[in-house]
Design a protein around this ligand. Sequence first.
Ligand SMILES: Cc1cc2nc3c(=O)[nH]c(=O)nc-3n(C[C@H](O)[C@H](O)[C@H](O)COP(=O)(O)O)c2cc1C
Length: 197
Amino acid sequence: MNIVGISGSPTGGSSTDYLIEAILDNIKGHHIKKRFIRLNEKSILPCQACGKSPEPDFCLFHDDMDPIFALMNKADGIILGSPIYFDSVSAQAKLFIDRTNCLRPVDFDSPGGPKLKEPLFRGKKAGIVLVGGEDGKFNGALGTARAFFIWAGIDIVFELEYRTKSFEPGEARRDESVESEIKACADKLISAIESKK
Ligand SMILES: Cc1cc2nc3c(=O)[nH]c(=O)nc-3n(C[C@H](O)[C@H](O)[C@H](O)COP(=O)(O)O)c2cc1C
């Protein structure tokens, strides 16, 4: 079983990073491979809306998205996390999401005009982690993260919203009240993956 966690937080040791890594840590068992990616450390070109089919590749452009596509392709479970920035996901998370547009490829040679094909990642399971302020509005970011997974054919099995009180990086690490939720998210992901097999 392969699980990949992807963080769109630019802050090292952030609550977003911690929550994703803590969920990964709670997924235990034999033959489970877990990977954690910080998008801030990657060089990712923004989507150019090229309007061409990249098949058999996932995208026409080749940069640090290549190994991320490869990991997601192998993964049974994908966790995407982002801080709330201006009521939305971070720029790092949005860059990544836009580049996944061809996870639902288009048949440009269809007789009636371009036609959407089946999502490439159908059957994979996912979780969303969002971190914002106490009065933060999470709906915009939630909509964007959900849109990514739905577009790619991936079932969302948990959504974790964490509200910081101090705005100190990594506050969630010192917050015992979130521990049971972390465990519940891990359990939901693992049981969704296992029930598929
Ligand atoms: C550019 C920027 C925009 C932000 N916009 C919001 C916002 O709209 N709503 C909110 O609740 N918090 C906002 N915040 C606060 C972050 O969501 C908050 O600091 C959160 O803890 C970041 O998560 P992280 O430490 O895991 O990266 C913003 C922070 C930055 C740097």
